[in-house]
Design a protein around this ligand. Structure first.
Ligand code: GDP
Length: 296
């Protein structure tokens, strides 16, 4: 199921419920089944979906609801709250502190918007008075270093990379070392998103992580991927300690429902969203507007 459809299915189910003249347990049950189907097809964990269903049924107890109650509104509010809960893994991500060196490693598939997001993340903090630096440890994609260099130069952010060195682990370690000496407080390591073999990519991520000892690993995902989000996120989580998620391309049609799966797979919160190609099109993640959009 494509992502945009997740929001579509949920809003259709809510609409169907709204069209019903009388809202009884059957109407609620049908609506919840429809929503659960959409979530399961988007690879949200079965347990999360089952919990959501039973929580809503508990909250919307028909026996307790007096006749005057607006059941529709109560049900919609309960669904909204449950989706918000699904985006909350229960613990905050590591938060870097200004003036204290943190190493942040970015992982994600090629095309997810990783390189762009690295600069956005650096630029966001630079504007708040941090001293960020960028390290390009993607030696696989031709042009990756140039892209990072171009972005970094535009934002006046120091960068490190190489046109000749082919070992990403070596570059990552050297870059982090260099910027630690320069007292940068936010050292951002961009990594490869593709490899000749998938297994080699994940092994490379493990090695880069071992060499740079990141305080936080951020998984970057395209807001337009649906079903694939869970597997992608899980695959990265199995090789490195993913601790946060950034969802990109939220300026398009994507509803971003794959974020639910990524949060479930990594047990990490979404911290920012990308809302355009430009450096400043980057927002702190806010769960309520995100869920509203998902339902809309
Ligand atoms: P990488 O291969 O994961 O490093 O991806 P890139 O950073 O090169 O991004 C791939 C494409 O997505 C580029 O054309 C970016 O300009 C674009 N991109 C990245 N983030 C966003 C976003 O939030 N919104 C939009 N519209 N485009 C984005």
């Amino acid at each position: 199921m494509v992502l945009a459809q997740l929001g579509g299915s949920i809003s259709r189910a809510l609409q169907q419920m709204s069209n019903a003249t009388i809202i009884d347990e059957k109407v609620l049950s049908d609506c919840l089944n429809e929503i659960s189907r959409a979530l399961l097809q988007a690879d949200v964990q079965f347990k999360m979906v089952r919990d959501m269903q039973s929580n809503i049924k508990r909250i919307v107890n028909f026996d307790d609801l007096a006749a005057g109650h607006n059941k529709r509104r109560i049900i919609q509010q309960a669904i909204f709250n449950e989706l918000c809960k699904m985006l909350d893994p229960g613990k905050p991500s590591f938060t870097p502190k200004k003036g204290k060196t943190s190493v942040i490693m970015f992982v994600g598939l090629q095309g997810s918007g990783k390189t762009t997001t690295c600069t956005k993340y650096a630029y966001y903090h630079q504007k708040k008075g941090w001293k960020p630096a960028l390290v390009c440890a993607d030696t696989f994609r031709a042009g990756a270093f140039d892209q990072l260099k171009q972005n970094a130069t535009k934002a006046k952010i120091p960068f490190y990379g190489s046109y000749t060195e082919s070992d990403p682990v070596k570059i990552a370690a050297e870059g982090v070392e260099r910027f630690k000496k320069e007292n940068c407080d936010l050292i951002i390591v961009d990594t490869s998103g593709r490899h000749k073999q998938e297994a080699a990519l994940f092994e490379e991520m493990r090695q880069v992580s071992e060499a740079t000892k990141p305080d936080l690993v951020i998984f970057v995902m395209d807001g337009g991927i649906g079903q694939a989000a869970f597997d992608q996120a899980q695959a990265f989580k199995q090789s490195v300690a993913v601790g946060a998620v950034i969802v990109t391309k939220m300026d398009g049609h994507a509803k971003g429902g794959g974020a639910l799966s990524a949060v479930a797979a990594t047990k990490s919160p979404v911290i920012f969203i990308g809302t355009g190609e430009h450096m400043d099109e980057f927002e702190v993640f806010d769960v309520k507007p995100f869920v509203s959009r998902l339902l809309g």
